[in-house]
Ligand binder design. Sequence first.
Ligand code: F6P
Length: 323
Amino acid sequence: MKRLAVLTSGGDAPGMNAAIRAVVRMGVARGFEVFGARHGYTGLIAGEFVPLGLRDVGGIMQRGGTILGTTRCADLKSDAGRDEALRQMQSHNLSQLVVIGGNGSQAGAYSLSRKGLSLVGVASTIDNDLVGSDITIGAATAIDVALESIDRLRVTASSHLRGFLVEVMGRDCGYLATIAGIAGGAEAIVIPEASSDPEAIAMEMRDAYARGKSHAIVVVAEGAKYDAAALAQYFKEHEARLGFELRVCKLGHVQRGGAPGVADRMLATRLGAAAIEHLDAGRDGVLLGVIDGKVVGTPLGDVVGRTKPLDMSLLELARILAQ
Ligand code: F6P
């Protein structure tokens, strides 16, 4: 019987469980015996495999996180670690692997595939920075979580005529901040991809009050040159001149813990099922993502080491609509 392993790696993302479920159920339908490696590559290297049958993945689609656990595994970066991973796969009679994760995880997958392991990646990260997928598993839900917070902050900001800096995740990518900023009706957005200076942001916030607004909300990406802490420091130093009070809210890991919404459940289901179809057909060494609405396999070599560029026209849209 064909035997394969599936693992989740890197930051957990809402929808990972739906992807595991799809891998298992499509795998069983295609005659595979499916095993889960616990705690990402750490479990792969330690040979920690658990059998996953149809009933083991019941009732997990609606749960955030990952039932398999995840790590950022330093050991896979060494040749010895990769060799041990391959040895464990072989000794457990596992011939193929599905890696559900983001940039670092797919770099790990690529290094194993270059050593001859048959595998595919599934694009999963709240950051949505992976080349090879228009949107990645977890991003939509993470944005919804951020939006819920922004909507609530607007209520209290308006009551007090306060400014708010809301810091969102995204590592070096401003996608989460940009979409949350537009959909949350923020007065300004600060991201790593665009230059920003604290005085200009302060002026944008002050202008918002001048235009009759009762709040000024700025969504700041954690990777921006001036993150929320740096901006808050500047505002504090110039508080008297700026003439409004400021509060800071760093959303952090809260964004990753949501129950996946329909977009992430569907994306994860399609990509998880496609992972099996690709492995079954021998179309391995690719990252599975969605491009223009279709599931596409992009060679891992074209994905790794790159970051998907942000559509910068969104910033101009945000600026106009914030008026
Ligand atoms: O890559 C996903 C992500 O949530 C980033 O947005 C963030 O910078 C990072 O992971 C946080 O990593 P950790 O959970 O290891 O603190």
